[in-house]
Structure formats: C-alpha cells, structure tokens
Design a binder for this molecule. Sequence first.
Ligand code: GDP
Ligand code: IMO
Ligand code: MG
Length: 424
Amino acid sequence: MANTCVIGLQWGDEGKGKIIDILAKDYDIIVRYQGGGNAGHTLIIGDEKFVFHLIPSGILHQDKKCVIGNGVVFDPKLFLEEIEGLAKKNINVNGNLFISDRAHVVFPYHKRLDLLSEKLKGDLMIGTTGRGIGPCYTDKISREGIRIAELLNKEHFKERLKKSVEEKNKIFVGLYNEEPIAWEDIYEEYCAYADKISPFVCDTVDLMARAINDNKKILFEGAQGALLDVDFGTYPYTTSSNSAAGGVSSGIGVSPKQVHNIVGITKAYTTRVGSGPFPTEVEGEQGEHIRKKGGEFGSTTGRPRRCGWFDAVAIQHSVRISGVDSLIVTKLDVLDDQETIRVCTGYENSGEVYNNFPADIDILSNCGPVYEEVPGWCEDTSNVRNAESLPENARNYIKTIERIVGVKVKMISVGPERSQVISL
Ligand code: GDP
Ligand code: IMO
Ligand code: MG
C-alpha cells in the first residue's frame, strides 16, 4: 500500500485528527511535518476526548511509530503536557514517539512577540492562535532560530539563547516599549525540558530512510489547511508554514517521490477561525445554527469559528496545488436539518466572475459567492454506516461536490466518534 498524505483543504479543523486515527491502523508510521501548537486535532473514542497539538493523531495505536518532523515548530512545554495527559490515560509513548533534532524550538519570547505583533496590527490583526508560530518560523527563515539539537547541547544553547534574548529585548523595549526579559530564567526552564525530551529526540532523516528501505507504510498528517498555506492561502491571513501537500518533503526529509497518495479533507460546509476573507461566510441566525450544531469552537483557543457554505472555488484551488487524489467529506451530519444547501461555484466582484482563487487579498475580500442550490435531506445521518442507507439527497449532495470539484469522495464522516464513518 502507498504512503499517504492527509491534508485539510479549507482553513483548518476539517476533522484531520479523527480521520488520521481511523486510517492509522493501515500504516506503520504517522508523521507530523509542519505547524506546531497552533494545531488542535480532536479524537473522540467512546467517552474519551483527546486533543493533540504536537503529537501525531496516530499515537493511540500503540504498535505504530509517531514522528514529529523537522518542519514542526516544537514547544517543549506543550509537548510535555501532552505526554502527561496521555500517561494519565495509560497511553505509552516511550519507544514509539520520535522528535527530529532539526525541529525549531518555540520559546516564551516567540509567544510574547506573537501577541504584541497582533496588538500592533490593531484592526488588521491575523487572529493567530498566540502559540508563537509566526515568530518561531521567522527566526528559522532568518537563521536566528534554535533547533532541538542545539537545545540539547547546553553550553552551546546558553550562548545561542543569550544572543537571541539580547536581540529580542531590543524589539521588546525599542519597538513595543515593554520590559526586557532575562535569559537566565528561560535557560533554566529549557534545560529542564531538554532533559525530559532528550529520550525522544533522534535523527529522523535516518529513521525515515530506514523505514522507507524496509517498506514501512507512512501516513503524513497535515496540520492547518491548504487555504492557510503561507504561499497559496489567503496571505497575509495565513499561518507561517506550507500546509498544502508541498510541505511534506521539506518538513520530514523524505523525497516527494515517497508521497504516493494525497487525501484531502473537507467539511460539508466551511469554517474559519481568525481574520481574513471568507466569501461563503453566513452570518446571523443560520451561521449561528451551524456553529452550534457543528460544535464549531476552536480546539486550541476555544474561539467561535466563522461558518459558511461549501466553497468549491477554494476547494478546487486546494486540490490543484496539492494534487489531491481523493476527498473525505466530514461533518455531513451537521447539515441534516438544512432544507436547502448552497455550493459556491464561482466568485463575483464588480461584474467580473472568478473561477480561480484570486491572489489579491483586496479582490478576494470583495468577492461575493455565485451559488448552486441543492435540496437538503432533513433526516438524521449520524447512524448511517453505508452509502446505500444515506438519504438520496445526501448522496446527491456528495455527487454534486464530486462533479464540481472533479475528485471522488472516498469516505464520509457523520459524527465525531471513530465509528461514525461511511466508506465509499
Ligand atoms: P482538525 O484540526 O482537522 O483535526 O479538526 P478539529 O479537531 O479541530 O475540529 C473538528 C471537530 O469536529 C472536532 O470537535 C471533531 O470531534 C468534530 N468532528 C469530526 N468529524 C465530525 C463529523 O463528521 N461530524 C461531527 N458532528 N463532528 C465531527
Ligand atoms: P488545525 O491543524 C484552524 C489559523 C489561526 C489564524 C491563522 C494564523 O487544528 O486545523 P497562527 O497561530 O498559525 O500564526 O495563526 O491560522 N490557524 C488555524 N485555524 N485550525 C488550525 O489548525 C489552525 N492553525 C492556525 O486561527 O487565523
Ligand atoms: Mg483543529
């Protein structure tokens, strides 16, 4: 079986965690390769709820290996909290969880800079998760970041940290008029983290090369969604990594030739957290209804998610940039009581119709949706487990998505629980 990459096709929270957990049984290794603590991947197993930020969503399969790649910005405090939470639920991570020694480390000054930069932007704020993602990737690209290998080398780490804090203090004091920070406190705190994480740290390039050599099957778990990709998303209202499928190779250090199959996940409608254009957004009572029914509140920040109709223009864009082979549609059940369902097939702006996703944020922000309407099914689908038992209009809705997007749907999710899926 082929190595598979699973990505979100929208603005995140498509249900990647749930799907990865389901697919993981057929793979040997599950890899996170970009993003960081901004991700929140939820798994509901019976009465238990798990939310993973850094740890791959395959971790509940105790016979599999889980890897956090070099492309992830790694927050050791969050990681240790996550493994503590797992230990309380008797989930073992020793010997099956690996962290790349090349991953960049998130420090408290990244989080502080994240919040201060948002404040400074005022009305133009991105609405980040506040997890220090942008500033950590900024340091990486400007070659000022500190990697895990350096964190574990304590004398070297001390010198790098001192220099980094010195530079950040110029920004805190000079630009933001804030108090400077002391490197000593961070040093002590992070040396303690280093001791705790070191058993998990390894050369994941070697680990992956050996796995590929041994014909192990790999499942790559995307975070965020293609529309938050720093190159192809709604820039500057994006995250700071490549969340489309292109991020895999550089984020874990395997050849693009090793990604054989790309699965795109989309909700049956659309959501977005934070600012930025959202052409199919539905405000008022109907938007509120979808938010309540879908439990659309952020897994990481608890913020209410903005809700709207399925946007086929945006999905086609995501499909193109990632070469998506098949679709998984989640949260179909959330539309169970809608009499009419809308699908956006084009954008309209000042009399001009757009079928491609515009790069110009001003144009996109002023685009209105062109809709095709399909009848709803007004029946409960949450207990349906095979395609034949779906209401006819629900099947037709899935066919409409396939027709407009031009990619087959291979799985439908009808509830948060592991068992609530329909394979096609
Ligand atoms: P991720 O970031 O892509 O992993 O998605 P999140 O976990 O942030 O958000 C998805 C939310 O929807 C979670 O609360 C899931 O438990 C829930 N969920 C996933 N699939 C379904 C589904 O098919 N129906 C319903 N009602 N909820 C779902
Ligand atoms: P998962 O993996 C939804 C959004 C933030 C903000 C923008 C930039 O759970 O799908 P950042 O903190 O990355 O600098 O924020 O990106 N964002 C997400 N939205 N799901 C996510 O992850 C997200 N990760 C970041 O809300 O608009
Ligand atoms: Mg999420």
